[in-house]
Write a protein that binds this ligand. Structure first.
Ligand code: 3HC
Length: 321
């Protein structure tokens, strides 16, 4: 440990100066314990969301309406797995090994995005997930490209590029359906009706119920509050819905000339907290499926560990991963 490293006051000042100068904190830099803890929390929750988020759409791969749609959907679901990988890697740079993060997911202690506890019932839902859920993810994650923690910000750059493609494919599915037969248009509208409010809830609770935002914004992990990002997203999707020929299910949605933003109705925050605490429509099913997939993947981890043991001197901890 250097002289500087033993002087916490100096290290804290150096850290504060780095944040104030909008520079990046890197894994080997000194950082306050709370900064490390909140980043590990957010990045691992984000990684878990990517992995659990593979389920609703993964279920539709075998039922996609054409070979082309199937290939596109497979690529998208595979991208989500890749996002999980970058994010677990970014989280590991903060000191918690991946298998520990994974255990937190499997034993139900870790959170993941509320949206994935809602069902994906029809092919139009796959479109609505792409347009609304990936759209919300982009709105939330573009500012995260400027996150003060280097590995997270850099991972977000690639993730956002891929999410843009995902949103576009969702839009295209909905556009095709909304310009198809009356039944197809109805199916598209029904999907949007069900996904709209849960997508808005992805941005997290209202600012006055958000326990982490103030700290995360001061540390420049988050650049905008949950409500600010939710408002941006609503402003973005209203004209997009018009272009799709679909309506958003909110009677209070209207342009506010004075604010230069759309006003929108209050969301059901009791429902949000119920889903976050495990009581959503599919929480149990999603987690059980993940536990099962982890068990089914044991042979792959064992084979990879055996290969690593044979070909390298240092054996990575793949068994628990
Ligand atoms: N679902 C589940 N839990 C949520 C949530 C949501 N939509 N929104 C907030 N929470 C949880 C928080 O994790 C926090 O719980 P904790 O203190 O026990 O960790 C609690 O509710 C209070 O919320 P805060 O506003 O204080 O929490 P944050 O400051 O962390 O803000 C966030 C929440 C906006 C989701 C933020 O963590 C964030 O920006 N995360 C990165 C993006 C992310 O995780 N996205 C997942 C979306 S899905 C995705 O990207 C997959 C893609 O394929 C679509």
């Amino acid at each position: 440990m250097t002289d500087v490293a033993t002087d916490v006051g100096t290290e804290q000042e150096a850290f504060d100066a780095l944040i104030a100068a909008d520079q990046r904190v890197e894994p080997r830099d000194w950082m306050p314990d709370d900064y490390r803890k909140t980043l590990t929390r957010q990045i691992s929750q984000h990684a878990h969301s990517e992995i659990i988020g593979m389920q609703p759409e993964g279920n539709w791969i075998s039922r996609a309406p054409s070979l082309k749609r199937k290939a596109i959907l497979m690529a998208k679901v595979q991208d989500e797995a890749g996002h999980g990988l970058y994010l677990y890697s970014a989280a590991e740079t903060l000191g918690t090994p991946r298998h520990v993060l994974n255990e937190q997911l499997l034993n139900g202690r870790a959170k993941y995005s509320s949206i994935f506890n809602y069902p994906c019932r029809t092919w139009a839902d796959v479109g609505a997930v792409g347009w609304l859920v990936d759209g919300a993810a982009i709105a939330n994650q573009v500012p995260l490209c400027r996150c003060s923690y280097g590995p997270y910000g850099r991972a977000m750059v690639r993730v956002c590029k891929e999410e843009s493609f995902h949103q576009r494919q969702g839009w295209e599915i909905l556009y095709t359906l909304s310009h198809g037969t009356p039944e197809q248009k109805k199916m598209a509208q029904d999907a949007v009706d069900r996904m709209y409010a849960p997508a808005l809830m992805m941005f997290g609770p209202p600012d006055d119920q958000s326990s982490n935002s103030d700290k995360s914004m001061a540390w420049k992990i988050k650049r905008f509050s949950n409500d600010e990002l939710r408002q941006r997203f609503v402003d973005m999707i209203v004209p997009q819905a018009e272009a799709l020929g679909l309506t958003l299910p909110d009677p209070d949605l209207k342009w506010n000339e004075e604010r230069q933003h759309y006003d929108f109705g209050e969301l059901d925050w009791d429902e949000f907290w119920k889903v976050v605490k495990g009581g959503g429509p599919l929480n149990v099913q999603r987690l059980n499926r993940r536990i099962e997939a982890h068990r089914e993947g044991a042979w792959v981890r064992e084979a990879a560990a055996a290969y690593a043991a044979k070909h390298t001197e240092t054996v990575p901890n793949l068994i628990g991963a």
